[in-house]
Design a protein around this ligand. Structure first.
Ligand code: CP
Length: 293
């Protein structure tokens, strides 16, 4: 794995190795220590979890951390993303973690030798979120193959939906979608009725309604959305006792999920965030090892 920018960069074996290593780290194993390396984080879109859990992971590996500030950078003088990243490579950075609003932004960075870990590309993919979600599933169920997963929300605009659908399917899980037609992505699958599937699934994965990516006004009030496509207390009660609720967050409370359910016993939303730190440590260890840094 030279870079991690999309889930197809990984074999199934590599995915399970990363889950195993992240679980070992969570259980107290010592991470490698590389104070000689510099990781630069370039976030061109807002982030709390991904940015800061990569930073915590980098600190735990003893890396030196450079947080690139786009607002005061020479991007404002017209410098390209490629030249920005090439500059960071030239001055001695060793790993770039990048989130960008442009889908597949990493294609224009193919000439670089510095490894790139994507923190999300527009509505494209979100590989580190997918891996921490898989870790959370494996931690709870001890397997991924055969799990029934419903993903409810803004499928069309979600990089998490894309990464998770493709990898869950590759690993033998069954994935169905719930949401208004305007949020459907026919390349992934058709929408099903939430109330028909909620009592059968092992995993109820909710996705944020991404208002900032909508080209046109979505004619559905928050209350209507919640009633038709959200996790209400009634739907929560219909879940199997072993089923879990996930959401990559940030959460629109009382829209995708009733506020009182965010920390309900079957919710793993904050566990996902905790696991994100360990999975990102595992990803960085693998990037360092596979690139012989
Ligand atoms: N889940 C996730 O990507 O959250 P942030 O946008 O806060 O990083």
């Amino acid at each position: 794995m030279r870079n991690l920018v999309k889930m197809s960069d990984l074999s199934k074996e590599e995915v399970y190795d990363l889950i195993q290593r992240a679980l070992e780290l969570k259980a107290g194993a010592s991470p490698i220590q590389r104070p000689d390396l510099i990781a630069a984080n370039l976030f061109f879109e807002n982030s709390t979890r991904t940015k800061h859990s990569f930073e915590v992971a980098q600190m735990k590996l003893g890396l030196q951390v450079l947080n690139f500030d786009a607002s005061t950078s020479s991007l404002n003088k017209g410098e390209t993303l490629y030249d920005t990243c090439k500059t960071l490579e030239a001055i001695g950075c060793n790993i770039l973690v990048i989130r960008h609003s442009q889908e597949a932004y990493y294609q224009e960075l193919e000439g670089l030798t510095i490894p790139i870990v994507s923190g999300g590309d527009g509505s494209g993919e979100h590989p580190s979120q997918c891996l921490l979600d898989l870790m959370t599933l494996y931690e709870h169920f001890g397997r991924i193959e055969g799990l029934e997963v419903v993903i409810a929300g803004d499928i069309k605009n979600s990089r998490v939906a894309r990464s998770n659908y493709h990898m869950l399917t590759r690993l033998g899980a069954k994935v169905q979608f719930v949401g208004p037609q305007v949020f459907a992505d026919p390349t992934l699958g058709q929408m099903v009725d939430f109330d028909q599937v909620i009592g059968q699934v092992d995993v109820c994965m909710l996705l944020r309604v991404q208002f900032e990516r909508h080209q046109e006004q979505v004619s559905l009030s928050q209350a209507d959305y919640h009633t038709r496509y959200g996790l209400t207390p009634a739907r929560y009660r219909a879940l199997k006792p072993q089923a879990i609720v996930m959401h990559p967050a940030p959460v629109n409370r009382d829209m995708e999920i009733a506020s009182e359910l965010v920390e309900a016993p079957q919710s793993r939303i904050f566990t996902q965030m905790t696991n994100g730190r360990y999975m990102r440590q595992a990803i960085l260890e693998k990037i360092i090892s596979d690139n012989a840094l």
